[in-house]
Design a protein around this ligand. Structure first.
Ligand code: SAM
Length: 219
């Protein structure tokens, strides 16, 4: 199977399970017109995150890595009317495009964007009230820092998802040592010794190729 096969497979499943969504289509269009990279989660993954938030009954959600807010919109739609999402983004420009997308999608009142290096901004967040759910999807070198801080912020039973932990099986290739791969390895090694979480990797495949989510639950 090639990536083209998986793109077709994703499109096939989505044709039954994901209705056309003008706000999300507009968000992607706006992002690309503004020259932001095309590195958001896929539609099926966005819906998966949305359903996880709903099934967890999460009211307070944290995201690390906003980009144009595509995943943020999915998350925000999963929380109840009085729920909220805090999303952390390094780039001023990405945050601006994201805020425009939140307004178009009518979810702006649920979302707070904090601009700056997430390693610093995440330290300003408080765990009271705690977050119920978190999605980590920023620079992969920062994974362990974001995970450690997120653990401080989520309730017992809270869920932490980390994206791109498989990277087309390259994370397990001993010949490769780039910063993103090393960032994932560092996280996995730390979790092995971590008595505060239970976690598993779940592979994902579709129009973004082969990758995976780490799914962790705070004890
Ligand atoms: N979660 C988004 C989605 O699926 O729609 C995609 C996020 S994109 C993969 C990663 C984002 O993390 C980029 O917008 C990038 O600017 C941001 N980022 C990179 N380094 C960062 C840092 N040190 N602190 C906060 N955000 C960072």
């Amino acid at each position: 199977t090639t990536v083209e096969d998986w793109k077709r497979s994703d499109a096939y499943h989505n044709s039954f399970l994901l209705a056309e969504d003008p706000s999300l289509t507009a968000a992607l269009k706006h992002s690309h017109e503004e020259g932001l990279p095309h590195i958001e989660v896929s539609a099926a993954q966005g819906k998966f995150l949305h359903l996880l938030v709903k099934s967890a009954g999460a009211k307070r959600v944290l995201e690390v890595g906003t980009l144009a807010g595509y995943s943020t919109i999915w998350l925000a739609r999963g929380v109840p009317e009085d729920g909220s999402v805090v999303t952390l983004e390094l780039e001023e420009k990405h945050a601006k495009v994201a805020k425009e997308n939140f307004a178009t999608a009518a979810v702006a009142d649920k979302i707070t964007v904090i601009v700056g290096p997430a390693a610093d901004t995440i330290k300003t967040l408080e765990s009271n009230p705690p977050f119920d759910f978190a999605f980590i999807d920023a620079d992969k070198a920062g994974n362990l820092t974001y995970f450690t801080e997120t653990k401080r912020l989520v309730k017992s039973g809270g869920v932490i998802i980390v994206d791109n932990v498989v990277r087309n099986a390259r994370v397990a290739d001993p010949d490769l040592t780039d910063a993103s791969i090393e960032g994932v390895r560092k996280l996995l090694k730390a979790i092995k010794e971590d008595t505060e979480v239970e976690a598993t990797t779940i592979g994902t495949v579709g129009d973004k190729g082969y990758d995976g989510f780490l799914y962790a639950v705070r004890k």
